[in-house]
Every structure is written in structure tokens, then in C-alpha cells.
Write a protein that binds this ligand. Structure first.
Ligand code: GDP
Ligand code: MG
Length: 738
């Protein structure tokens, strides 16, 4: 029987060592502990073409520096037990990272064969590793294998045996250049080490020099026991270089060494070792696209165009489905209301539940379109570029480049919606930056605020409409960014996260992927917003309805109606009650007079409702900003949905007195009302722009963050808006705007 050959199996964790070990040794293995340390020591025996082989499975490591027990064990085994050959198992699908350890084996100068494992996985990912090329460049055999199936294992062992028995071959440690500074130091350290025979019985001199530069505790301790005087000289030399590097470049030698190792690996891989079958073209194309897309001048223009496109997609293309859904919901409401007897129950179902739930569902098409747009940007890789470009600006305010999308969606250009905006903050990874974004996006001018702006600006500042609209758009950005800064320096204080987002290669999104992403996110919204919505809708309905008018007052209004009707013939009355639009002129007059009474009754009922009383109660505070109780109701209603503000103002201000034949527009009525003037209008504008987000947004904030933050948002925004409104109103009053 010939001599037994000793082999060691080494590599990164998960490279497939155990799998290969079992393939080679079968059941004939022995598991123990390395002496003194509880790290598995597995040894197995097998024979190959008549040779007896003993194989040791070393612990998996990424490096050979004394940072962990595994690294120490692997290194000590190699230098002490001196296996005749090391099988370095390398994961071909993760070549660059795996070769880092390979480099260090080569520096240690051990006889070695590379087992290029997982070539099946690599192939699936479109990666092909040219084993021959790698072998030539590294100067050692490289054998492709699939450890799981055993493919290539025989050739691997053939090569390993050849290396082990090749006594003529002199295994020279690999020399990697570590840059001018370090190379020079390494040379002088080596001279010292070689002259004094410092640890040379264990390690190659270059390896020792590098380990000293890497600040390797174990080797330094060993050196001190072996030759204290030499150790001291070497340590002082090293600390001199370290000090110099830290002073001049703010790096430690370890970092430079790691950089150069990776540089070495990269240069090897670039020389035709690795081909991404379908990826290289894409990578190059990405670089070329990025030259244009992130160009200083063209980049922002392209970005604005693309963002505008998403915006268009979200808010214009969704118009039709939104209106279909809207018609469907109102049709459904009609059907229900026709089939229910008049009364509270019907009112609750139609005004409370259907209206409220409809409000949530009404957003669904919009949200789907928005998520679809975002999915395209995200899946194609463009969103990362947008974030990359915006990061510099947003960073100033404690936000992240990825905050830009939520701001735009919420109405950053004018007319968006904070509900999808809040949901869009999910692309942010840092919790604090995400919260700061989430809390400030509701300041943007959402689509529901626009009619209010249009109404008030049209009524009071019609001379400069466009200028005011532009001013208010800029103002929203200023307020949002400054409050983000404020949050980030107070309640959300913390380090900004560096922009670590990788710029992934551009990819053509697949329709299936887009649809899945869109649907997942939309469904989440429906589930989240839908679960609380019913209760709150009913609550707001109840506030506007109860306690209602006393029977006496209802009877009084009925009496008025009867009196009016008394002045008309019976056929006209039945004509009026039969149809919505009365045909004859007399019928139209009657309908008009009746509707004035209805309006009066509605107004009195509203005044008497909980919301009305609240409005009146708030007057004592709100008068500092110039708001009367009717405005207050509209603002309370606006908390349900900002769209309601205009219609509630309309109800509250539709007094019976106005000659409804040529009924004045709401704007005109406000202008004529003694309560209103430019100062009030400006105060109301500011308040409406910045006060509490609507409750659907609040629910989304609560779901995305917590109820605490949702509540904070309500209070903070309302207080802030109120302070602004009071300031403007009072200044206006004093300067005679009123
Ligand atoms: P170790 O940490 O180096 O011991 O790695 P293991 O032997 O435990 O392997 C890690 C995983 O990779 C296991 O799930 C193996 O089944 C799998 N694996 C190992 N080699 C191959 C291979 O060549 N092809 C494939 N597809 N999987 C492999
Ligand atoms: Mg293992």
C-alpha cells in the first residue's frame, strides 16, 4: 500500500464543502472537535484509483485573518498539519467574493486545487466561468464540479493527487501589489523577517508582513513569544506606516489591503474568466443609458418629464375608471335609497356607509394606476436614478432621494392625493426618513384642495389667479421641506442614512411582474383603509345628523311648505312632486320655493347637529383666524374629505334670501357676506392647505406608522395651520385688507 495522501477541503460557508465531503467519503467520516476548540473537525477516508486519501473538512471562512475562531482554526490547520493539497471549493455563482479567500490561500503559498462548484446554479443565472482561463491566470488547476450530483469529482481528485505528488513543483506564495506605500513597507518588513528568521518556520515572510499590517492579533502574539526584539522592531515599523496612512488618507492598512485584493480579483475576472451570458450587454447598455439619464443637465429634464408622465398616468388616465366607479357607486346608492323607506336607517346607509365606503373605493383606480406607474419605474431601475439625483437636495432637509416620489404623488406639482402618497413612502428603508416623509406629504396640494383654492382665489384674488396658484404650490414645498427638517432635528432626530442604494442595471419590466406588484399593493390599501372606514364614516354622518330638529321645528317647516303649496293649484303640486324638473313655469316656481324651505330646514338642522354645535363652539377660537361657525363646519367636514369643504360651505351659505332665479355663485355669495374678506380668504386658504390630513390619509398614516403618529400629524398640522391662519388674518386686519 502506497502512502496515504492528506487533503483539506476549504472555502466560504455555503460553498458546498459538506456536500462535496459527503460525496467523496460517503459514510466513512469521523466528526470530532479541533483540539481545545469546539469547532467541528470532520475527517474522512476514501480511496481513489488505488490511492488512500484522508480528507479534512475545514470550517467555512471568508478570510484568513484572526477575526473569528473558524478563521484561526482553518489557518492553523493549514500551517501546522500541512496537508499535501488544499481543495479550495469556490462558489461559481458568487465568484468574486469567493476568490477573496482563494487569494489568501495563495498568499500563504499552500499547494492547491480549485473546485469550481455550483456551476449549475451559475448557469441558471446566466453566468459562465471559464475554468481554463481562471486556471491559467491563477496558475493552479481549476476543476468545474457540481457537488450535489458528484459531477466532476473524479477529475478533481485526479488533479489533487497530481498536485500532491508533484514534488518538482515549488509552491511560490502569490504576490499581490498593495500599492506604493504598503509595497515598500512589506519589502522592508520581509527583509527584517527573513534576516532574523522571524516565524519563517511557520509562515512565508510576505504573509507574516501582511498579517502584521492587517493587525492580526494571533500572529503578533506568536511573534512576541518567539522573538520579542524583532517583534518590537516590526510593530513599530508597522505603526509608523499605519499612522502615516491614517493621517494622509484616513484609512487603515487593512482597508487598503482588502481593496487591492478585490482589485486583483477584479482584474482576473475581467480577463475573460466570467461571462454573463445575457447580462453583459445589459450592463453595458445600462452604463450608456446612465451617461444620459443622470447627466447634470439632461438628467433633471428627463426626470421631470418622466415624473410628469407618472403623474399624468395616475391622475389623467385614471379619470375614466374613476368616473365609472363613481357612477357605479352613486347608482348603487340610488338603488339602495329607492328601495329603503325614508328615515334614519336609510340616511345612515346612503350618507354614512355607501358614501364613506365609496370614498375609499373611489380611490382604488387612482391608486392602481399610481402603483402601476411606480412599478414601471421601480422594475425598470429608473426609480433608483431619480432617488440618486434628488438625494443631494432632499438630504439638506433630512430626507432621502426616495422621498421625491411620495411628494409628487401627493400633489407636489398640483393635484395629487396624499393617500397613495403615504403608501408610496414604502420605498424608503430608513424608518426615520420614511416617517418624516410620511408626515410631510399631506402638506402638498392634493386634488381635493384645488377646488377650494380655485373658489377662494377666484372670489377674492381674481386679478392674479395664476400667480397665486403658483405661489401656493411653491409654499407647499417650502412648508413640507422645512417641517421635514424640523422633525428630523427634533422628534425624528438621527443620522441621515447614506445613499447606499445600488444603481441596478436597467431591465425591461414584465407585464406580469407589473400587474402582480400593482395588485399586491392595491389590495393592501383596500384591506387597510377599508377596515376602519365604515365606523368613521358613520361617525361623521352621525355628527352631521344628530340630534336633529325637534318635532316642533319639523312641524313648523311642514307648515311653511303647506302654506306655500296652498297658493298653487292641485295639478301643479302633483306635477312638482312627481318629477324632479318641473315642466311648467308655475311648477318651477313652486319647486323653487319649496327648495328654499328645504334649504332653510337643512341649515337649521345642521346648526343644531353635533357638527354644527361644534362649529359654533369653535367660533370662540376660530374667530382669531376670522372663521365663523359655518366655515368651521366645512372645515370639520373637510376632515372627512377635503372635497366636502366646498359643498359644505355651499350648504351652509345657501341662505333662503338669495333670489335663486339668477342664483349667485358661492364665490359671489362669500364675497358679499359680511364675514368674509381678503384677509379671511387668505387665512382660510392657508388653513385648508396645511391643517390635519383627511381621515383616510390619517388611517393610512396609522397603518403605515402608528396611531400615535397619525394623531401627532392631526394635531401638529392643525396647530401649525391655525397659527399661520391667525397670523395672516391679524396682519390683514391691521393692514386694512379686511
Ligand atoms: P458548506 O457550508 O460549504 O458546507 O455548504 P453545504 O455543503 O452545506 O452546501 C450549501 C448548500 O448548497 C446546500 O443546500 C447544498 O445542497 C447546496 N449545494 C452544494 N453544492 C451544490 C451544487 O453544485 N449545485 C447546487 N445546485 N447546489 C449545491
Ligand atoms: Mg458545512
Amino acid at each position: 500500500m502506497k502512502d496515504q495522501i492528506t487533503m483539506a477541503l476549504a472555502g466560504n460557508p455555503n460553498a458546498g464543502k459538506t456536500t462535496l465531503f459527503n460525496q467523496l467519503t460517503g459514510a466513512r467520516q469521523h466528526v470530532g472537535n479541533y483540539p481545545g476548540i469546539t469547532v467541528d473537525h470532520k475527517e474522512g477516508r476514501f480511496s481513489h484509483t488505488g490511492r488512500e486519501i484522508s480528507l479534512t473538512d475545514l470550517p467555512g471562512t471568508y478570510s484568513l485573518t484572526a477575526y473569528s475562531v473558524e478563521e484561526l482554526v482553518a489557518r492553523d490547520y493549514l500551517v501546522n498539519a500541512k496537508p499535501q493539497v488544499v481543495i479550495n471549493i469556490v462558489d461559481a455563482s458568487n465568484l468574486e467574493r469567493n476568490l477573496y479567500l482563494t487569494c489568501q490561500f495563495l498568499e500563504l503559498g499552500v499547494p492547491m486545487v480549485i473546485a469550481l462548484n455550483m456551476i449549475d446554479v451559475a448557469k441558471d443565472r446566466g453566468i459562465e466561468v471559464k475554468a481554463d482561463r481562471l486556471a491559467t491566470l491563477l496558475g493552479i488547476p481549476v476543476v468545474p464540479i457540481i457537488a450535489r450530483t458528484g459531477l466532476g469529482k473524479n477529475r478533481l481528485i485526479d488533479e489533487a493527487i497530481a498536485v500532491a505528488s508533484d514534488s518538482r513543483r515549488n509552491w511560490q506564495p502569490l504576490d499581490i501589489s498593495y500599492g506604493d506605500d504598503l509595497d515598500e513597507t512589506i519589502m522592508s518588513l520581509m527583509t527584517e523577517i527573513d534576516q532574523k528568521g522571524f516565524l519563517t518556520d511557520i509562515y512565508p515572510s510576505r504573509f507574516t508582513a501582511i498579517k502584521y499590517l492587517e493587525n492580526d492579533d494571533q500572529i503578533m502574539a506568536r511573534g512576541r513569544t518567539a522573538k520579542p526584539a524583532v517583534a518590537e522592531t516590526i510593530e513599530s515599523l508597522v505603526s509608523q506606516v499605519s499612522g502615516h496612512l491614517v493621517k494622509t488618507m484616513d484609512v487603515f492598512p487593512e482597508a487598503i489591503i482588502a481593496d487591492h485584493r478585490y482589485g486583483f480579483i477584479k482584474s482576473i475576472i475581467r480577463q475573460g474568466v466570467l461571462t454573463h451570458k445575457f447580462d453583459t450587454d445589459r450592463l453595458y447598455a445600462s452604463d450608456r443609458i446612465d451617461k444620459i439619464v443622470t447627466n447634470r443637465l439632461l438628467g433633471p429634464i428627463i426626470m421631470l418629464t418622466v415624473l410628469f408622465g407618472v403623474y399624468k398616468l395616475t391622475f389623467s388616465w385614471s379619470e375614466l375608471p374613476v368616473s365609472w366607479l363613481g357612477s357605479f357607486i352613486s347608482w348603487f346608492g340610488d338603488v339602495v335609497s329607492h328601495n329603503l323607506p325614508d328615515g334614519l336607517f336609510k340616511s345612515m346607509i346612503t350618507s354614512g356607509i355607501i358614501h364613506g365606503a365609496g370614498g375609499v373605493l373611489g380611490f382604488v383606480p387612482l391608486i392602481m394606476f399610481m402603483f402601476f406607474g411606480i412599478a414601471i419605474l421601480e422594475d425598470s431601475g429608473y426609480l433608483a436614478r431619480v432617488a440618486f439625483m434628488m438625494d443631494r437636495i432632499f438630504r439638506i432637509f433630512g430626507l432621502h432621494g426616495s422621498s421625491v416620489m411620495p411628494f409628487i404623488i401627493s400633489g407636489g406639482i398640483a393635484g395629487g392625493c396624499a393617500v397613495p402618497g403615504v403608501l408610496a413612502t414604502r420605498t424608503l428603508r430608513s424608518p426615520k426618513e420614511r416617517l418624516a416623509t410620511l408626515l410631510t406629504v399631506p402638506f402638498m396640494n392634493c386634488g381635493a384642495k384645488l377646488p377650494v383654492l380655485a373658489l377662494l382665489i377666484g372670489a377674492f384674488f381674481s386679478e392674479n389667479k395664476a400667480r397665486y396658484m403658483f405661489f401656493f404650490t411653491v409654499l407647499t414645498w417650502v412648508v413640507a421641506l422645512l417641517s421635514a427638517k424640523f422633525f428630523r432635528s427634533t422628534v425624528l432626530r438621527g443620522e441621515p442614512t447614506p445613499f447606499v442604494m445600488e444603481l441596478p442595471p436597467y431591465r425591461f419590466p414584465t407585464l406580469q411582474g407589473l400587474l402582480i406588484h400593482t395588485w399586491e399593493r392595491t389590495w393592501q390599501y383596500i384591506k387597510k383603509a377599508g377596515s376602519v372606514i365604515l365606523g368613521i364614516s358613520v361617525l361623521i354622518w352621525a355628527m352631521m345628523t344628530f340630534p336633529g330638529l325637534s318635532p316642533d321645528r319639523i312641524a313648523a317647516f311642514d307648515q311653511q311648505r303647506k302654506a306655500v303649496k296652498a297658493g298653487f293649484p292641485a295639478d301643479i303640486i302633483s306635477e312638482t312632486e312627481g318629477k324632479k324638473t318641473a315642466g311648467s313655469e308655475q311648477a318651477a316656481r313652486l319647486a323653487e320655493q319649496l327648495s328654499i324651505i328645504d334649504g332653510d330646514q337643512a341649515e337649521e338642522a345642521l346648526r343644531n347637529s353635533a357638527a354644527g354645535r361644534l362649529g359654533i363652539a369653535f367660533e370662540s377660537v376660530s374667530r382669531y383666524a376670522g372663521f365663523d361657525w359655518r366655515t368651521n363646519i366645512a372645515l370639520i367636514g373637510g376632515f372627512a374629505a377635503k372635497e366636502v369643504i366646498v359643498s359644505t360651505l355651499g350648504t351652509a351659505y345657501s341662505m333662503g334670501k338669495v333670489d335663486s332665479k339668477e342664483s349667485a355663485s358661492l364665490g359671489q355669495r362669500l364675497r358679499q357676506d359680511p364675514h368674509w374678506n381678503k384677509g379671511v380668504a387668505l387665512a382660510a386658504l392657508l388653513f385648508i392647505m396645511f391643517y390635519s390630513p383627511c381621515f383616510i390619509t390619517i388611517i393610512c398614516i396609522a397603518r403605515e406608522a402608528s396611531w400615535k403618529w397619525a394623531f401627532f400629524s392631526m394635531v401638529f398640522n392643525t396647530v401649525f395651520a391655525f397659527v399661520m391662519a391667525v397670523g395672516v388674518y391679524q396682519i390683514g386686519r391691521l393692514s386694512g385688507l379686511g
